[in-house]
Design a binder for this molecule. Structure first.
Ligand SMILES: Nc1nc2c(ncn2[C@@H]2O[C@H](COP(=O)(O)OP(=O)(O)OP(=O)(O)O)[C@@H](O)[C@H]2O)c(=O)[nH]1
Ligand SMILES: [Mg+2]
Ligand SMILES: [Zn+2]
Length: 289
């Protein structure tokens, strides 16, 4: 029996990395019977070309479909496609819910018009104040940023995350030029709604394992409860003990420290607006059986 990590899956086969070598395996039939799908990132046991067992997962994302990651690089286009704080916050809470550390990487800052640069810079600073590592630089893929990012990722399992065309594969190519991953044409990808990257694949980048992933055009993951949601916003989580009521949802309650912080400009209005919208979405969700 050998152990390893699933690197990619293609049409019923699972490639497993074990001691730097790749082994192509098939899943034993009873996984499907039990409704278990092996995922990229799974720690597994295998023997003679058969995947035999999956170890319990530390965490698991639905989009991208990947398991057991420490951190995620949320590649966020400053433009082309237009920046959306709502889409960014949806991804951040999905990561927070799985205890995956988000790293926000703004792409295409070089394409911003002068008048938009200041606005986006303020937004980037806002996320930095929350405590997230944020990369925002008008010189795309400059050496200091790449070196800083690489050292941050050392020895970690990481996933790329973000919209189609945001620049996930492009960033990976800058981190490790040998990868030579295919990248898309900006305008073309958006028009056809096509993904350049088609499947999740774990790649060795220095001492890190990083999953390149297909992008998405929208992001919906509201499986958390309304009580859990405020805990997925670090700046609200920090203030909640100062709210008058325990379990304050920061909506209509009096004496709410979060609402006061929004009024005083200490919490980004966009974050609070998105929070309120997400609460609404959770409330209106059809119950799943
Ligand atoms: N000017 C500029 N172009 C960028 C930047 N980042 C990415 N691009 C371009 O954006 C296009 C799309 O990049 P990709 O790396 O293919 O995007 P992706 O996120 O991997 O897309 P999917 O694989 O479809 O999910 C390519 O033409 C890149 O050259 C950037 O910072 N500045
Ligand atoms: Mg790609
Ligand atoms: Zn409150």
């Amino acid at each position: 029996m050998q152990t390893g990590t699933i690197q990619q899956s293609l049409s019923g086969f699972y490639d497993i990395v074990s001691d730097g070598q790749i082994h192509r395996t098939r899943a034993r039939g009873n996984f499907r019977k039990r409704g278990i799908k092996p995922l990229v990132g799974d720690h597994v046991e295998f023997e003679d070309g058969y995947l035999l067992a999956i170890n319990p997962r530390r965490n698991q994302l639905v989009r991208p479909l990947v398991a057991n990651v420490d951190a995620a690089i949320v590649v966020t286009a400053a433009c082309e496609p237009t920046f959306s704080s709502n889409l960014l916050d949806r991804q951040l809470i999905a990561l927070e819910a799985q205890q995956i550390s988000p790293i926000i990487f703004f792409s295409k800052v070089d394409l911003l018009a002068d008048e938009d640069l200041m606005r986006l810079q303020r937004i980037a600073d806002g996320y930095r104040r929350i405590g997230y590592p944020v990369y925002f630089n008008r010189q795309p893929f400059n050496k200091p940023d790449l070196a800083d990012l690489k050292s941050r990722l050392a020895n970690q399992v990481v996933t790329m995350m973000g919209q189609t065309g945001a620049g996930k594969s492009t960033l990976l190519n800058h981190l490790a030029p040998d990868l030579d991953l295919p990248t898309g044409e900006i305008s073309q990808a958006l028009k056809r709604g096509r993904h350049t990257t088609r499947k999740v694949t774990l790649l060795q980048v220095g001492t890190a394992l990083i999953a390149d992933t297909p992008g998405f055009s929208s992001y919906e993951d509201f499986t958390m409860t309304k009580e859990k949601l405020p805990q997925l916003f670090p700046e609200m989580r920090a203030l909640a003990p100062q709210c008058k009521f325990r379990g304050c949802l920061h909506l209509k309650e009096p004496g709410c420290a979060v609402k006061t912080a929004v009024e005083h400009g200490k919490i980004m209005p966009s974050r609070y607006d998105n929070y309120v919208q997400f609460q609404e979405l959770i409330k209106n969700q059809k119950p799943k059986y």
